[in-house]
Design a protein around this ligand. Structure first.
Ligand SMILES: NC(=O)c1ccc[n+]([C@@H]2O[C@H](COP(=O)([O-])OP(=O)(O)OC[C@H]3O[C@@H](n4cnc5c(N)ncnc54)[C@H](O)[C@@H]3O)[C@@H](O)[C@H]2O)c1
Length: 248
């Protein structure tokens, strides 16, 4: 049940954090794993994944990386996971360079990932995009990131409609706060998630692997154009912790 054995899986942003955990998870589950990232990492090499260095927002680099990854046989699963978050401020002081950087990776990178996944995936394959709970729960000074992840969800639905005739499924995983180099245990998001989630803690990378595995497996063959939220109950609503604070 839920086997991903022998599937050929390409993961962007696989050198660190969630992507690296996905690499290890899919290799342990018997998949052949390839990575596209800006940089190699020692852990990635030790895990046994092949890496192609490319900026996901650069079409020439990404096209070449996909072509190399699919040289011997086409891909079964593409996980568009590379993403960045940058500190931001209020609109009145906005630095548009920040917006451009975030959109370059999180929107252009996923858009191009969908373009080349469409070309190099087997019919019957699947695409999983890493979105974020931030597509739904916005913060007062965290606009670019939420915009970008809302865009990922929109592209997920559009691509599902385009690729359905080939039996290719396209879905998103939307994590809440996950402890990675992007989010440290003492960072603001981790502290907020202790108050704002039903489970009263941020996620570990292991907590979110199941959603990707489930979507990649053939048993999910009628699931497309949708999103699995793995957010510890953040989007579910008001927690006891927040109510207690508000009503104290
Ligand atoms: N950590 C969280 O709390 C959290 C929550 C929700 C969603 N996400 C999303 O999960 C994904 C992974 O995040 P993470 O926490 O593992 O971050 P991370 O910083 O640990 O890893 C991101 C990886 O993407 C790579 N990358 C960045 N820009 C790239 C580019 N232009 N081209 C190719 N590779 C690039 C980095 O080199 C790195 O290996 C991102 O899309 C992020 O937005 C993270």
């Amino acid at each position: 049940m839920f086997s991903v054995k022998n599937k050929k899986v390409l993961i962007t942003g696989g050198s660190s954090g969630i992507g690296l955990a996905l690499v290890k998870h899919f290799i342990a589950a018997g998949a052949e794993v390839m990575v596209i990232d800006l940089q190699p990492s020692v852990e990635l090499a030790e895990a046994g994944a092949e890496i192609f260095v490319a900026d996901v927002g650069n079409e020439t680099e990404l096209a070449e990386a996909f072509q190399k990854a699919a040289t011997d046989r086409k891909l079964d699963v593409v996980i568009n996971n590379a993403g960045i978050a940058l500190p931001e401020g209020r609109y009145e002081d906005a630095d548009l360079a920040n917006l451009d950087k975030v959109l370059h990776v999180n929107v252009r990178g996923v858009y191009l990932g969908l373009k080349y996944a469409s070309r190099y995936l087997n019919d019957g394959g699947c695409i999983i995009n890493t979105a974020s709970a931030a597509a739904h729960i916005t913060f007062p000074e965290y606009s670019s990131y939420s915009v970008s992840k809302g865009g990922v969800l929109a592209m997920t639905r559009t691509a599902a409609l385009q690729l359905g005739r080939r039996g290719i499924r396209v879905n998103a995983v939307s994590p809440g706060t996950v402890l990675t180099p992007m989010e440290s245990i003492d960072g603001p998001e981790a502290r907020i998630s202790a108050q704002a989630t039903a489970l009263e803690r941020p996620a570990r990378v292991e907590d979110i692997m199941g959603a990707y595995h489930f979507l990649a497996a053939d048993e999910s063959s009628y699931i497309t154009g949708t999103e699995i939220r793995v957010d510890g109950g953040w989007i579910a609503g008001m927690t006891y912790n927040l109510m207690d604070k508000a009503l104290a």
